[in-house]
Ligand binder design. Sequence first.
Ligand SMILES: *[C@@H]1O[C@H](CO)[C@@H](O)[C@H](O)[C@H]1NC(C)=O
Ligand SMILES: *[C@@H]1O[C@H](CO)[C@@H](O)[C@H](O)[C@H]1NC(C)=O
Ligand SMILES: *[C@@H]1O[C@H](CO)[C@@H](O)[C@H](O)[C@H]1NC(C)=O
Ligand SMILES: *[C@@H]1O[C@H](CO)[C@@H](O)[C@H](O)[C@H]1NC(C)=O
Ligand SMILES: *[C@@H]1O[C@H](CO)[C@@H](O)[C@H](O)[C@H]1NC(C)=O
Ligand SMILES: *[C@@H]1O[C@H](CO)[C@@H](O)[C@H](O)[C@H]1NC(C)=O
Ligand SMILES: *[C@@H]1O[C@H](CO)[C@@H](O)[C@H](O)[C@H]1NC(C)=O
Ligand SMILES: *[C@@H]1O[C@H](CO)[C@@H](O)[C@H](O)[C@H]1NC(C)=O
Length: 513
Amino acid sequence: MTRILSLGAAALAASSVIGTASAASIYAFYTGTNAGVQIGMQDPKSGDIWVNDCSSMNKGNPLFPTDTPLVLPISTPVKMGGSIAATGWWDSQKVITSVFWHSVNGTIVNAIYNCDNESGTFVRQGPEYVISETANVKNSSIHENTGLAVELLGSTAGYRVFYHDNNSKVQELFYTTSTNWNYGGIVSQDPVSTFALGTAHSSTDNITVVFPKSDKDIEVSRFNSDKSWHISTFPDTLENSPTNKTATSKIEIDSSIASNFTLPAWDGNATAMGVSIDSTFTRSVFYIGTDRLLHETANINFQWKLYPNQTSEAWPEADTANGDMAVTYNMQTSEAWIYYVSGGELVQAYRGTNGDWSNAAVISVNSVDDETASDATGKKSTGLSTGAKAGVGIGVSLGVIAVAGIAIFFFLRRRRQQAAATAAANDKEQPINLGQYQTPPEQAHYMADGSLAPPYSPQAPYDAHDPAKMAAMTPVHMMATPPPVEMEQPPMIHELPPDNYSYELPAESVEHR
Ligand SMILES: *[C@@H]1O[C@H](CO)[C@@H](O)[C@H](O)[C@H]1NC(C)=O
Ligand SMILES: *[C@@H]1O[C@H](CO)[C@@H](O)[C@H](O)[C@H]1NC(C)=O
Ligand SMILES: *[C@@H]1O[C@H](CO)[C@@H](O)[C@H](O)[C@H]1NC(C)=O
Ligand SMILES: *[C@@H]1O[C@H](CO)[C@@H](O)[C@H](O)[C@H]1NC(C)=O
Ligand SMILES: *[C@@H]1O[C@H](CO)[C@@H](O)[C@H](O)[C@H]1NC(C)=O
Ligand SMILES: *[C@@H]1O[C@H](CO)[C@@H](O)[C@H](O)[C@H]1NC(C)=O
Ligand SMILES: *[C@@H]1O[C@H](CO)[C@@H](O)[C@H](O)[C@H]1NC(C)=O
Ligand SMILES: *[C@@H]1O[C@H](CO)[C@@H](O)[C@H](O)[C@H]1NC(C)=O
């Protein structure tokens, strides 16, 4: 039966092979154990954003149908090959996602979606917000090839969105519950070599942004407790510890310090970069090199080091040199997930809690053979080549296809019910991901990292975010002078060593997660 269904689906599918895009058009974020990682990618042919089935998982991994893709409903079209970014959380019943994209008319747009757990699709809540306009950032000042990255810091601290200006410099937009969207200032005055942007945070005042500086170096700008961005590079070292106030001409490599390594297969043209942070605060930076392989560099005791290469089973070769990818992580457990296109399929590389990489899994599926165990070496149980499947499939009658459709419906429904039962059981054992340092208010919802989800969803509408309403509520002067970034907790005093001040501050005893 399964085989017949597969043939029917093959006949319906134009192609299950996923193309690759020229900008960072894949996103991934972790929502916790109930719904796992949520992913999306722009289909380079249609410009649509394809997403995973948000109410089902495939052996704990995202279920990403490609023959009949789940398309995110969008009104302001995404620029073809434009950047997308997303974050979100599990609200104890469903996944909520907040997606950002570079639109056809050059603006940055945001929309919030709730997962409909019956259909497994996302339903938009409220309008699409042109956040760059709300922040008074002109579309002409946003680079036509801008990258996009988002960090959701928490319920009051809100979002930080990173993009490139028309001089190829990384800039920030921010949203807090008391400010709406505002321009947040420059992250580094050093122009990038390509528009890959990797971001991660370990607390509201510990945000890392990485991007390509040159054919030799990666640049790191870190926002820390002194509320400014501190800039460094690796493997080479910069002169005079610059910040985001340092002029472009003053940001220079210190040629008197020899670098300890060279970045393998790096030419400064990476399409995408990703950052993960583990439970020991070690930051890893990932990219796909000119050799189409993944590469990892990590910061240990304030020094960047090359990390070992993994096997081709764990890190299969990507289809494109310097290719697109997305990284997400769970800091508490040290898990990390990387998504990219290999062999025409979307694959997932996975680092477990012990720090070891398992064999990669194929994430893209035809809706009928999604339960088929397959690994990234491309072996699937049907044993037919795609060409053979298509050839046989053409002969399959419409009647069989109709039967297949009904069977798929019941099959998917049964799996959803099983998934719901499992989720309910998990919920009993482990109510929600409680933050270690937070007293949960009534009805609070938590993100995967244990921090509070933003309050505007799902109970409260996203009104405060509505540009029209906020225009009435926000005094004009607030638009020009952004108020100080709000913190989740009472400010802590950070003692900085006066002289040998380092931009890599050691971890503190109280770390907000
Ligand atoms: C951007 O595009 C959308 C849809 O094409 C349109 O409704 C909107 O008015 C445009 N915005 C601007 C500022 O041109
Ligand atoms: C920017 O927006 C204006 C409308 O406000 C539109 O006419 C123009 O084409 C947009 N620019 C780009 C680069 O899309
Ligand atoms: C960048 O954008 C600003 C603001 O829209 C504009 O004044 C400036 O001319 C632009 N610069 C370039 C190089 O396009
Ligand atoms: C540097 O970063 C801080 C914090 O984000 C910001 O307030 C400031 O405006 C930035 N400086 C510049 C020159 O953009
Ligand atoms: C190279 O390694 C040495 C010893 O591990 C260290 O002292 C030095 O700071 C490193 N240099 C750079 C540029 O990271
Ligand atoms: C990983 O492989 C690359 C070649 O692709 C090589 O240049 C690099 O040194 C290797 N890294 C390690 C840590 O072995
Ligand atoms: C869907 O979510 C609702 C609450 O939003 C819940 O009551 C219902 O049991 C869920 N159904 C499934 C199949 O998960
Ligand atoms: C900030 O994060 C980095 C990277 O995870 C970590 O090394 C550092 O100790 C943290 N610093 C503070 C002040 O939390």
